[in-house]
Design a protein around this ligand. Sequence first.
Ligand code: SF4
Ligand code: SF4
Length: 372
Amino acid sequence: MSKSNVYFTNLRTSPSRNLLTKMERLVKAAGIENIDFKKQFVAIKIHFGEPGNLAYLRPNYAARMANLLRSLGGKPFLTDSNTLYSGGRSNAVDHLKSAMENGYNPISAQCDIIIADGLKGTDYREIPIDGEYCKAPKIGAAIADADIILSMNHFKGHEQTGFGGALKNLGMGCASVGGKLELHSASQPIVIQKNCIGCNICVKHCAHDAIHLVDRKAEINYDRCVGCGQCVALCQYNAAVLGEDDTSERLNYKIAEYTKAVLKDKPNFHVSFIMNVSPECDCWNHNDAAIIPDLGIAASFDPVALDKACADLVTAAPVLQNNKITDHHSHDHHEGTDKFCLIHPNTEWKKGLEYAEKIGLGTQDYTLIQVD
Ligand code: SF4
Ligand code: SF4
């Protein structure tokens, strides 16, 4: 595979070039206009931020992107899928409320939001890819049905995958609730008996007749359970929960396979914002201090090259003071250190990128092109 181009702009501005203008210049320089957007539904995959987290991307960027896509003839919408865990985004009602709280409304974001996997995370399409780990990833229906995928990614650390960039936003973020279960768990869900109130909702909705009440407590028949995650999605009592988490290595492999399903046969383009590089995911209800200075915005048609370029830029950056890195490491760790391995030593982001490359998602070999 030949080298991919990754375009990068720093955060210096002037009265004639604010950050929104710079983002638009960047994506145009990267060739976004070569995609035929006319009358196409464009899923802008973004993370609206868990309430309390302030590191997520500002809606202003989404608004500028949506306006650009409309000017190119597209029909953009903002989207994300529901989460597996309880919190502010585990169903479409809460998710939309959280997005509104975080400033994503039709005025600020100039675009409507569709929660990709529906009210309770059960609205998905299985996209066959015959992967080594996932045969047919369960992708939120609105994303699966879109014609074009555009990811806007907040690049930061991640406690399970090392960092969160384009692949994480696409592979994990587009998975329906059941898909997220497949990604996270090496096994089927379990029922914590003491939390189960016997409400019977999981029993009614299990399509495989695999969960039943025994003495008013849910029990799973593992001979029948296919690990779809529906019961985890529906249980409001933290009783039906994930089984043991998968390893970081396998999780990154599965995320690559899910990304392959999301992008299958679709034009796609990706923009990552290396700003507020917090040590952990925006799914947390807080964002700890950034580990490096804000660097800039990068864009590419190749999500693997984009993630590798962003990771390399973070590696090359100096470490800031008073954050999760300096809590445990001397201040010697500066330029050239893999910051994500320092804060999440059990993660395997490099293997994830190698696997993504192996299954044809892109290349780690890139040319970084500066855009003013
Ligand atoms: S939905 Fe949860 S609380 Fe209700 S029966 Fe199932 S496991 Fe128990
Ligand atoms: S994971 Fe799916 S198949 Fe298994 S018990 Fe839950 S709802 Fe039923």
